[in-house]
Design a protein around this ligand. Structure first.
Ligand code: FAD
Ligand code: A2P
Length: 268
C-alpha cells in the first residue's frame, strides 16, 4: 500500500536554502530559491528571517547580493553572537527554509543617480552586499564608463567574499568582457597589513585612490557614488562627498550620490 505523502509544514513566504558558505567566524553567505513573482532592482533590500520560539516571524533587513537576472537569491551576512536572528541564521543548511517577504525597497539603485562617467561603490563590512548585486548587473556598465568598488574591512579575511566575486566576474566568459577595463576593485584593510591599506574616507581626502587608479579627483560633472556602511561611516563619507561638491539624491530626486545603512547600530 502506498504511504500518504509527507506533509512538509512550510513557513509563510518560505524559501529553501540551496547553499551556504562561511567566510570567517563573523561572516557567511547563502543562497535561497527565488519566488517566481519577485522582481527587484539591483541594490535593493528585502526582509528575511526565521520563526522565533513562539512561531512568530523574526525578520531583519537584508540587501539582495545577487543581480536581478539570477534565478536564485544570494545574501551576505554578519554573525552577531547574541543577535536575535543571526545567532540562529548562521546555522542554516541547504534544504532548510527561511522567511522572505517579497517586497524589495532601497535607495541604492541606478535610477536614483544622474547619468555620469564614473560610479563609485563605497562600502565597509557587509555593506558590500548591495554592490555585489550591482557589480553583476550589466546595466551598471551600460550606464557608466568606469565603476570603482572601494571596500574596507579590518582584516584581509573579511575581504575574501568580495575578492572572489570580483575575480569571478573578471574571469566570466560572458560578463568578463563587459567589465574589462571598466571595473576597478580597490579593497583595503585597516588593522592588518596588506597591499592596500586605509579608511575609504582617508584614501579619498588624501587623493591616494585617484593617484593609484590614474583618474581625476571626484567632480560633480563626472562622478556618482553609492555608500553603504555603519552609521558613522555613512556620515563621514557624506561629508567627504559633499566636499567634492556631490549632492545626495533619492529615487524621487536623482542627484550625485545615495546612501544606505548596512545595519542599525547599537542605540540608534
Ligand atoms: P541585531 O539585533 O539586528 O543587531 C545587533 C547588533 O549587531 C547591532 O546593534 C549592530 O551593532 C550589530 N550589527 C547588526 N548587523 C550588522 C552588520 N551587518 N555588520 C556589523 N554589525 C552589525 N546585515 C547583513 O549581515 N547583511 C546585509 O545585507 C544587511 N542588509 C541590511 C540592509 C538594511 C537597509 C539594514 C537597515 C540592515 C541590514 N543588515 C544587513 C543588518 C540586519 O538587518 C541585521 O541587523 C543583522 O542581520 C543582525 O541581526 P540580529 O537579529 O542577529 O542582530
Ligand atoms: P578602522 O579599523 O580604522 O576603524 P567596523 O568593523 O568597526 O564596522 O569597521 C569596518 C571597517 O570600516 C574598518 O576597516 C574601519 O576602520 C572602517 N570604518 C569604521 N568607521 C569608519 C568611519 N567612520 N569612516 C571610515 N571608515 C570607517
Amino acid at each position: 500500500m502506498n504511504q500518504p505523502a509527507t506533509i512538509v509544514k512550510t513557513l509563510p513566504d518560505a524559501q529553501t536554502v540551496t547553499s551556504v558558505q562561511h567566510w570567517t567566524d563573523r561572516l557567511f553567505s547563502f543562497r535561497v530559491t527565488r519566488p517566481q513573482s519577485l522582481r527587484f532592482r539591483s541594490g535593493e533590500f528585502v526582509m528575511i528571517g526565521l520563526q522565533d520560539e513562539r512561531g512568530k516571524p523574526l525578520l531583519r533587513a537584508y540587501s539582495i547580493a545577487s543581480p536581478n537576472w539570477d534565478e536564485e537569491l544570494e545574501f551576505y551576512s554578519i554573525k552577531v553572537p547574541d543577535g536575535p536572528l543571526t545567532s540562529r541564521l548562521q546555522h542554516i543548511q541547504p534544504g532548510d527554509q527561511i522567511i522572505l517577504r517579497p517586497k524589495p525597497v532601497g535607495t541604492l539603485v541606478l535610477d536614483a543617480l544622474l547619468p555620469g562617467k564614473r560610479l563609485w561603490f563605497l562600502a565597509t563590512g557587509t555593506g558590500l552586499a548591495p554592490f555585489a548585486s550591482l557589480m553583476r548587473d550589466p546595466e551598471t556598465y551600460e550606464r557608466y564608463d568606469q565603476v570603482i568598488m572601494m571596500h574596507t574591512c579590518r582584516e584581509t579575511a573579511e575581504l575574501e567574499y568580495g575578492r572572489q566575486l570580483v575575480e569571478g566576474l573578471q574571469n566570466d566568459p560572458l560578463i568578463g568582457e563587459m567589465v574589462e577595463g571598466k571595473l576597478f576593485y580597490y579593497p583595503t584593510t585597516t588593522r592588518e597589513p596588506s597591499d592596500r591599506m586605509g579608511r575609504i574616507t582617508d584614501n579619498l581626502t588624501s587623493g591616494k585612490v585617484f593617484a593609484d587608479l590614474g583618474i581625476p579627483p571626484m567632480n560633480t560633472a563626472e562622478d556618482r557614488a553609492m555608500v553603504c556602511g555603519s552609521l558613522q561611516f555613512n556620515v563621514d563619507v557624506k561629508a567627504v562627498l559633499e566636499g567634492f561638491g556631490l549632492r545626495e539624491g533619492a529615487n524621487s530626486e536623482p542627484l550625485e550620490y545615495v546612501v544606505e545603512k548596512a545595519f542599525v547600530g547599537d542605540g540608534i
